[in-house]
Design a protein around this ligand. Structure first.
Ligand code: ZN
Length: 189
């Protein structure tokens, strides 16, 4: 068990395209340790996903939590330990619907803030799992957003890069007070 420091926006590692991993590297004991570190760090920080660059390791590996679907605009009240966690290595994503869908996103590397981001609502992803076996998954709605957010970290992108309307970037407290559930919340449309 090792909780690592989460690096924050401004740290150059978050802006690199991370290195892909070889099968040999994926199956090495160091990678099991890395996965455990990512898991421990994500749990401690109460994230639903984390990517290796966020703990300053520039490799294409991320954990993506897939919480049970919740109603739009509702906080997920589910118990975190019940959430299935995917290990995603060397991913490739393809939008299978051009329709965009917006959600308020937050990020462990951008603490205290959230922003409204539009992304393709349905995606197909190909990646390797923790054993190095190829996997394919189709995700839609909020799960597609979570997945795309984590995979962005492997390519040097942060959600703030994708906030089209800067007035829809807010501190969490102000969000709860002034935006959530009001006419300023595009999710309510
Ligand atoms: Zn993030």
């Amino acid at each position: 068990m090792a909780v690592k420091e989460v690096i924050r926006m401004g740290h150059p590692t978050l802006r690199l395209t991370a290195e892909t991993m070889s099968l040999e590297e994926i199956q090495a004991p160091e990678t099991s340790e890395l996965i455990q570190d990512l898991f421990d760090t994500m749990q401690k920080e109460q994230g639903i996903g984390i990517a290796a660059p966020q703990i300053n390791i520039s490799k294409q590996i991320a954990l993506v939590g897939l919480p049970p679907e919740v109603e739009e605009g509702e906080e997920d009240q589910g118990e975190e330990e019940d959430i299935p966690i995917l290990v995603v290595i060397n991913p490739k994503i393809e939008a299978i619907e051009e329709t965009l869908q917006g959600f308020w996103e937050g990020c462990l590397s951008v603490p205290g803030l959230r922003g409204f981001v539009k992304r393709p609502r349905k995606i197909k992803a190909n990646f390797l799992d923790a054993s190095g076996a190829p996997q394919e998954i189709i995700l839609e709605g909020f799960l597609a957003t979570i997945f795309q957010h984590e995979i962005d970290h492997l390519f040097g992108k942060l959600y703030v890069d994708r906030v089209e309307d800067p007035t829809l970037l807010s501190y969490n407290e102000e969000f709860e007070k002034h935006i959530a559930g009001t006419e300023n919340d595009p999710e309510e449309d």
